[in-house]
Design a protein around this ligand. Structure first.
Ligand SMILES: [Zn+2]
Length: 167
């Protein structure tokens, strides 16, 4: 009888330890599987981006109006996130808003590539737009657009890189 109890205790101990041990690896697995989002430290972003890009993308800065590379840029191709390269807009969505920043009336990916966040900074209520993959700050979205969508994605040139259509 004693032996049976010891045996049972042994089995019980094994069972509990077997249950506990996989808990840690499976949680860390879930984190990596979750989404193909990019999580880099500020030090890693600083290595990859120019100081100006870092200020806009990672510190939610704004480039002075009328200074951006893509403000008056109208060529065929894609405007991609300068942080991770994800295609965010194409040239058919771009229009001249005369506001000093590149403006778009729609986005690629049906809402999955750009995240909208309520922004209460600077005494205003605005909607900030960020890249859904790397979290990089792009600009803001307004509902005063002149085209059919009524939307104006006001984006910093420094948040974007341009990929021309191959002809
Ligand atoms: Zn990105």
């Amino acid at each position: 009888m004693k032996r049976l109890i010891i045996l049972l205790l042994g089995v019980f101990q094994f069972a509990t330890s077997a249950c506990q041990s996989p808990a840690t690896p499976s949680t860390s697995n879930q984190k990596t599987i979750k989404m193909d989002t990019i999580n880099k430290s500020d030090a890693e972003w600083k290595k990859q981006l120019t100081p100006e890009q870092f200020y806009i993308l990672r510190q939610k800065g704004t480039e002075p109006p009328g200074t951006g590379e893509f403000n008056k840029h109208f060529e065929k191709g894609w405007y991609c996130c300068a942080g991770c390269g994800q295609e965010l807009f194409d040239n058919t969505q771009k229009f001249d808003s005369h506001c000093g920043w590149p403006s778009f009336d729609g986005e690629l990916g049906g809402g999955e590539r750009i995240k909208k966040i309520k922004d209460f900074s600077h005494g205003m209520i605005r909607t900030e737009i960020i890249c859904a993959r790397c979290g990089g700050h792009l600009g803001h979205i307004f509902d005063d657009g002149p085209t059919q969508s009524g939307l104006r994605y006001c984006v910093n040139s420094l948040s974007l890189v341009f990929k021309p259509t191959k002809s």
